[in-house]
Design a protein around this ligand. Sequence first.
Ligand code: LHQ
Length: 261
Amino acid sequence: MSDTILVTTDGPLRMVTLNRPDKLNAFNEEMHRAFRAALEAARDDDDCRAVLLTGAGRGFCAGQDLGDRDPAKGEAPDLGETLRHFYNPHIRLIREMPKPVIAAVNGAAAGAGANIALACDIVLAARSAKFLQAFARIGLIPDAGGSWSLTRLVGPARARALAMLAEPLPAETAAEWGLIWKAVDDDLLMAEARDMAGRLANGPTTGLALTKQAILAAATNDLEAQLDLEAELQARAGATDDYREGVTAFLEKRPPRFTGL
Ligand code: LHQ
């Protein structure tokens, strides 16, 4: 098991830590493989009911390790293949994970590192963290789903400026603009993120998974298609043990004990 990704388990909560702190957790191939394996394991383990993603050291993730994709070292690398093989599967795994994925952005989130955070369901960031679409600084376009997420989260005017100017966006502005959920004091970030992720890990997992599916589909559906989808997904949510437990607990005026089933 590679030490570029650390995985710990706390009951139903899985914590995944990007761990190349000397490189601000930039991705090399070993880390790509370990990250994918950690996401697949979280997806496939029914005892895991939420994932908390963060970075070791002072950064969250500086995107691709540029030393690993240096065009000056021989033949120019095929970046399309890097995306198809590595980043695109990461983004699909996060978006399609049938349980909540929370990002605790502890420091700089740059390039694909920023866009991996934006693929998560809820993003908390330390007040000192910054989001940087660094791509234009090296002649590239936003990838790892960034051109899609940015445009939908903050609209095309802000997406274009963020991508073309490649200026760092402070966490508080990111929250004001709706790019992320919340900026919190640096020393409170991990406690707040663990608390939130722990609550979600004890939540109605199937209903939460269907919720993220509905919101993802809303990005491309028209209202008619979305109403049909809501009816279909709600039928599934309504058939869960957790729906029965939620209603019973409400009527009995006690907190629900969800099992995720
Ligand atoms: C790094 C990196 C890094 C290597 C910091 N690589 N060492 C997809 C397809 C295929 C290929 C291309 O890419 C992509 C997607 C992408 O992600 S493209 C975008 C790649 N990322 C960037 O361009 C960001 C580069 N990093 C930065 O701009 C800065 O490091 C930020 C603004 C993130 C942080 O700045 P500082 O806080 O001033 O830290 P620093 O620059 O001093 O970095 C600390 C160390 O980390 C340093 O190493 P050193 O040995 O000098 O201490 C950096 O060289 C290293 N590092 N990012 N991406």
